[in-house]
Design a protein around this ligand. Structure first.
Ligand code: PTJ
Length: 239
């Protein structure tokens, strides 16, 4: 049992639930390593939402409200960590939710979808096609989901899909604590913050931010600034 007054209670509980999710197959074992990398960057940034990340979260709300076909692409880690937060964002914005896995099996696709559904998320279903030009299974997606989305929200993943989606002209919001990752560097809007802090902040901002023209707004975003801000915050903590 982890005592509630443990200084790292939240982080230890998160590990505990991810370990259980890995044992059940919801999260891949590789996903545990990915979480550890996230923890390290969260530690460096002070386990808090920086002012710059809060700006990015407000911008993300504007982009989602401005999109005609926004889709949240959810993998095993994301579902295990934040199913309730995904449900709340979907309720507020109507964002479509599609399961997209790197370690893809039919069984895991169903398991992640069932987990999300049990938490109140409406999950897109249908026949996937290789609509994103990638050799691995992240290229498989639904024609009526990621295949035709104008905006894709991705979280906790590696960068080649982000790059491919950007080359296809899509607006990509990436939630990733690592400001050096390819995903963060290649996204239209990188959010350098922890997933379970980020999603409620975006949902809340959707109550106050306004929609505009998606591509005009996207073109005005300075991706480099958010990366530089995060690296500066980390350097200042190390000094
Ligand atoms: O469920 P699957 O089969 O699709 O597998 C997904 C994994 C986790 C294997 C895949 O997405 C992966 O390997 O991810 P990477 O390449 O390790 O990238 C994950 C990124 O997310 C890293 O840059 C981490 O720093 C970051 N990250 C990890 N946990 C969090 C996070 N960012 C925000 N919030 C977190 N909780």
């Amino acid at each position: 049992m982890i005592p509630r007054n443990h200084p790292r209670y939240r982080s230890l509980k998160m590990r505990e639930s991810l370990a259980a999710a890995a044992r059940s197959g919801l999260v891949s074992f590789e996903g545990l390593a990915a979480h550890g990398r996230g923890e390290a960057f969260d530690y460096l940034i002070g386990e808090r939402t920086t002012a710059s990340a809060a700006d990015a979260e407000r911008l993300a709300a504007q982009l989602i409200l401005s999109a005609v076909r926004p889709v949240f692409s959810v993998n095993g880690n994301c579902a295990a960590l934040a199913a309730d937060e995904i449900a709340a964002l979907q309720k507020r914005t109507g964002v479509a939710v599609e399961v997209n896995l790197f370690h893809r099996t039919g069984e895991r696709m169903q398991q992640v979808a069932d987990h999300l559904t049990a938490h109140g998320v409406e999950v897109l279903t249908g026949e996937c096609e290789r609509l994103v030009p990638l050799e691995h299974d992240r290229g498989l997606c639904l024609p009526e989901g990621i295949g035709s989305a104008d905006l894709i929200l991705v979280a906790l993943e590696d960068g080649d899909r982000c790059e491919a989606l950007r080359k296809m002209g899509r607006v990509v919001i990436a939630i990733d604590l690592n400001p050096l990752s390819r995903t963060a560097r290649l996204a239209t809007l990188p959010i350098i913050d922890e997933l379970t802090r980020t999603l409620p902040a975006i949902t809340e901002a959707c109550g106050t931010e306004m929609a505009g023209d998606l591509h005009t707004l996207a073109a005005s975003i300075d991706n480099q600034k958010f990366l530089a801000d995060a690296l500066r915050e980390m350097r200042e903590r190390l000094a």
